[in-house]
Design a protein around this ligand. Structure first.
Ligand SMILES: NC(=O)c1ccc[n+]([C@@H]2O[C@H](COP(=O)([O-])OP(=O)(O)OC[C@H]3O[C@@H](n4cnc5c(N)ncnc54)[C@H](OP(=O)(O)O)[C@@H]3O)[C@@H](O)[C@H]2O)c1
Length: 287
């Protein structure tokens, strides 16, 4: 049993904390806004007032917050940030989906403090988090990975060591970019088939049965068909992740024209009021 702090009790962080509790770890949580910790407290977690006080006794600290800015706040805020409260033998784990540049900057802060650090973002959404079946992409040194692996396994079905710090985030952004491109293309194409007068259900069934349709695209197509847009991976987060892939390419003096195009489609969906819908809600631009 380890003492684990989870910072960020959003859709993913709260489910991850519950998995850790189920695995009989001692869990302390913190969330910026009140009212998000009730469920985990009922399941046995302690709540702290600030990220700094949350990490006092921790062996592992996991951050699962929205974006680069949120990550900066939880780790480095001069008054409340977790970094200043970490003891030397802790392992810091950043599981939010962030830019590679920020992840590397954060890793430098950990190095300066003399504390071990991993970037460990995840694939899988709310049902996978709930079932402890997330897929982890982990960047960091081998010794730190080995120590953290059993903790990550309590929340995931696969834990991949990818390379040095920042590598986990790079793969995660690539996975989400591929997913975002596929789902936005599907929305467009279902719209086209609809406009051409095809029987939508039959057309989607045939498209889904072909080898060009990935398992994830197949699931997205079924959801679009029944107009199920209830949030799992909300469009606002999809757009953020695609923008982070684009930024990461820019900082390597390259471009991602297809990812940028998909990002623009999701940005339009946000403008149209679909930001809180699931990724599949992008279809509403076309059907
Ligand atoms: N949802 C998915 O399917 C999914 C899958 C894989 C990875 N991810 C990634 O996992 C991370 C969390 O996603 P989620 O779905 O759990 O998002 P969420 O439900 O929107 O929760 C976001 C969390 O970030 C916190 N936060 C936002 N801005 C903050 C700030 N400035 N300072 C401190 N805390 C802040 C929120 O606190 P408040 O409650 O106070 O707002 C909340 O705890 C994101 O990076 C996302 O891209 C999501």
């Amino acid at each position: 049993m380890s003492k684990i702090t989870v910072l960020g009790m959003g859709a993913m962080g709260s489910r991850m904390a519950l998995s850790l509790l189920k695995a009989e770890h001692e869990v302390t949580v913190w969330n910026r806004r009140a009212g998000k910790t009730d469920l985990v407290v009922k399941a046995g977690a302690k709540v702290a007032e600030t990220p700094r006080s949350a990490v006092k006794e921790a062996d592992f600290v996991i951050s699962m917050v929205r974006d680069d800015e949120a990550s900066k706040q939880v780790w480095l805020n001069s008054e409340t940030g977790a970094m200043a409260g970490l003891s030397k033998n802790v392992i810091g784990i950043e599981s939010s989906t962030l830019t590679v540049a920020w992840t590397k900057e954060l890793a430098k802060e950990f190095k300066q403090k003399g504390v071990a650090f991993l970037d460990a973002p995840v694939a899988g959404t709310r049902p996978q988090a709930e079932a402890a079946k997330l897929i982890y992409f982990v960047g960091g040194d081998a010794a730190t990975f080995t120590k953290a692996q059993p903790i990550l396994q309590a929340m995931g079905s696969a834990v991949h060591s990818v390379g040095s710090v920042g590598s986990g985030m790079t793969i995660k952004l690539a996975v989400n970019a591929l997913f975002g491109i596929q789902v936005s293309a599907l929305g467009e194409l279902i719209g086209l088939m609809h406009d051409c007068g095809l029987d939508e259900a039959k057309a989607v069934e045939i498209l889904s049965s072909t080898p060009v349709c990935s398992p994830a695209a197949k699931m997205a197509a079924s959801a679009m068909l029944v107009r199920n847009f209830s949030p799992l991976f909300p469009i606002e987060l999809v757009e953020k992740d695609l923008s982070y892939a684009v930024k990461t390419a820019q900082s390597n003096q390259t471009t991602l024209p297809l990812v940028e195009a998909a990002q623009q489609v999701f940005a339009t969906a946000i403008k149209e009021g679909y930001g809180e819908d699931n990724i599949t809600g992008v279809a509403q631009l076309y059907i």
